[in-house]
Design a protein around this ligand. Structure first.
Ligand code: HEC
Ligand code: HEC
Length: 355
């Protein structure tokens, strides 16, 4: 990294120069004091005139109110102490310092670009290690997902693909930004699906996963800036670590019972425990709903209309039953995360159990 050395050299020389400049002025002050000892009594008035004029010479005074300036004479002290050379040397040092500062600003962009490149290389290298450890089994040895060489379908999506590569999208800053956001957010927060569909797990520390924000960025750098060689290196990393080259595809997540889903999904807002308060004060306690519900007028009316799917409709898309309600849609038909089968099992296993 020669560029960093230039920077260091420049910084050291500039510092030395600055110290030299201060030292030099200190010397000047001392030296000047030595050649003009301050103990010497200053000369004024008549004495001064006597130093410059012979007893017989005259000082012209055009009016009584005007005192003619005493003609300058070469000051022997000034000559003796080489003041002019000192001034030139001091000036030269000062300009050298300015030149250093100028040079520093001139080479800064290059230094920064090189540092960024070095940092990017390091990030990609760490990204490969992380991919080999955490992502390989679902996104594939080359990051292209699809099928394994022995024909098994991988659960993940392709990450090593043209659309994600910075080089292909750099002309469109919005696309670069959106791609970065998509990759970072998906890795950090995951993307949940209802079993048996595979979910993308959440990996970020902020979402209970093992990876720091910096490590997520390293993976993002691998995905956006990694070369074909980088992706090819990942198999080597697995081999060197003694891990199998063949993807160890995790078994699909088990289908959860309606009760399990209710316990994880619905309890974000509701409680099912008798007498307890719901985490979300707007969401009613759903304990013993079969005899206590429905609560709101719109749902009561829907049930009274004899519609057998009154509760399915509510959970699938509450705002379609009661516009403006604070409960969001849960059915996949309305963009929610739950299949109709899951909703029906929540209803039969939990809400209308025993009916
Ligand atoms: C258990 C399998 C699994 C593992 C392990 C896994 N993923 Fe995923 N990943 C998925 C699934 C499933 C999806 C989303 C599929 C979908 O949206 O249909 C996904 C989606 C993604 C996406 C979004 C892709 C897109 O085009 O929207 C990114 C980025 C991603 N994963 C990165 C990673 C990284 C990085 C790791 C390792 C830290 C990782 N994944 C580990 C299964 C996995
Ligand atoms: C984001 C918070 C939230 C989540 C999560 C949530 N609900 Fe609700 N739910 C509400 C609110 C708020 C109401 C009150 C709606 C109203 O009357 O406006 C409600 C009402 C209900 C009602 C009663 C409607 C009535 O008036 O009789 C049922 C039943 C219900 N939710 C079922 C569920 C089920 C099942 C789940 C899980 C799949 C769930 N909710 C998840 C917020 C939530």
């Amino acid at each position: 990294m020669p560029s960093v050395d230039v920077n260091t050299i420049l910084a050291v020389v500039a510092t030395l120069l600055f110290l030299a400049l201060i030292g030099y002025f200190a010397f000047l002050i001392r030296h000047q004091e030595e050649v003009e000892p301050s103990t010497e009594k200053p000369t004024y008035g008549v004495e001064l005139l006597e130093q410059h004029y012979a007893p017989s010479s005259t000082v012209e005074q055009p009016t009584p109110y005007y005192v003619a300036p005493i003609p300058a004479s070469p000051d022997p002290l000034e000559i003796a102490s080489n003041l002019d050379k000192k001034v030139v040397l001091g000036g030269a040092l000062l300009f050298a310092l300015f030149a250093m500062i100028g040079a520093y600003f001139a080479i800064q962009p290059t230094i920064r670009a090189n540092a960024e490149e070095d940092q990017m290389r390091i990030n990609i290298d760490y990204g490969k290690e992380l991919f080999a450890q955490y992502c390989y089994d679902c996104h594939g040895r080359d990051g292209k997902a699809g099928k394994t060489p022995d024909g098994k379908t991988l659960p993940g999506l392709p990450l090593n693909k043209p659309d994600f590569k910075y080089a292909n999208i750099k002309s469109d800053p919005t696309k670069v930004h959106d791609t970065q956001t998509l990759i970072t957010n998906t890795i950090t927060r995951g993307r949940p699906f209802t079993p048996p569909r595979y979910s993308m797990p959440a990996w970020g520390n902020s979402d209970g996963g093992p990876l720091s924000a910096w490590q997520v960025m390293e993976l993002e750098d691998l995905i956006m800036y990694g070369t074909d060689q980088d992706w090819a290196d990942i198999v080597t990393i697995r081999q060197q670590k003694g891990q199998p080259v063949a993807e160890q595809i995790p078994s699909p997540p088990a289908v959860q019972s309606g009760a399990d889903v209710a316990k994880t999904v619905c309890t974000v807002c509701h409680t099912f425990d008798a007498g307890a308060n719901s985490p979300n004060p707007l969401a009613p306690n759903l304990n013993n709903y079969v005899s206590r519900g429905p609560f709101n007028d719109q749902l009561k009316a829907l049930k009274a209309s004899g519609d057998p799917d009154w509760l399915v409709k509510w959970i699938t898309n509450p705002p379609s039953v009661k516009p403006g309600t604070a409960m969001p849609p849960y059915g996949s038909a309305a963009g929610g995360p739950l299949s109709e089968a899951t909703i029906r099992s929540i209803i039969s296993d939990v809400l209308l159990k025993g009916q």
